[in-house]
Design a protein around this ligand. Structure first.
Ligand code: HEC
Length: 165
């Protein structure tokens, strides 16, 4: 009986330690799945941006300025989501986002603003139905995509979609 009693506190402590480690493990699992969700969401945003932007040049070739105006507005709305999508720091080896996005916030913001400005200029040009001018502005938007990617996105790994903007 005496032995059993002296063991009790030890068992008690062990139970506390075990339940604590379970909690910590659950917490880090939760963090992991949250990180994954954040990364997936911003990936999806970038892909929507690409899918909205990509058909604009063929539209220009077809002289479809009215549609370009509509698409520019859609693109502008999506571009507004960039800063919120990158507000929470989330890095993983599956993501190509660089740590600099959060370290050099003002530069990242600057580049998001440049994209917004380039999209607004595209819309203005499309309103004039000027093919050459609109073509130049499409190039301007693409330059703004690349400008941000160059600083804030890690280089491609093999086998990825070639069209990355
Ligand atoms: C302000 C910065 C910024 C701008 C502007 C920007 N991007 Fe991105 N983009 C990123 C970052 C950072 C990533 C990497 C995200 C990741 O891997 O977690 C990315 C990823 C992508 C991806 C890959 C998505 C995936 O995971 O499959 C595509 C496609 C893309 N961008 C297209 C574009 C296009 C097209 C434009 C311009 C119309 C653009 N981006 C403008 C920062 C930017």
């Amino acid at each position: 009986m005496k032995i059993t009693l002296s063991i009790l506190p030890v068992v008690f402590i062990l139970l506390i330690v075990a339940s604590f480690s379970l909690k910590v493990a659950a917490q880090s699992e939760g963090d992991k799945s949250e990180t994954k969700a954040v990364i997936e969401e911003r990936s999806e945003l970038m892909r929507s941006i690409r899918d909205t932007f990509r058909p604009i040049r063929p539209m220009l070739m077809a002289g479809a300025f009215e549609i370009i105006i509509v698409k520019s507005r859609e693109l502008a709305n999506l571009a507004q989501e960039i800063m919120p999508a990158f507000s929470k720091k989330a890095l993983s080896n599956k993501s190509r986002a660089k740590d600099e996005i959060w370290k050099n916030r003002s530069q990242f913001t600057q580049k998001a603003k440049k994209l917004a400005a380039a999209i607004a200029e595209l819309e203005q040009a499309a309103k004039t139905s000027d093919t050459e001018k609109t073509g130049g502005r499409i190039a301007g938007v693409l330059a703004a995509c690349k400008n941000c990617h160059r600083s804030f996105r890690k280089p491609k790994t093999k086998g990825e979609d070639k069209y990355q903007g």
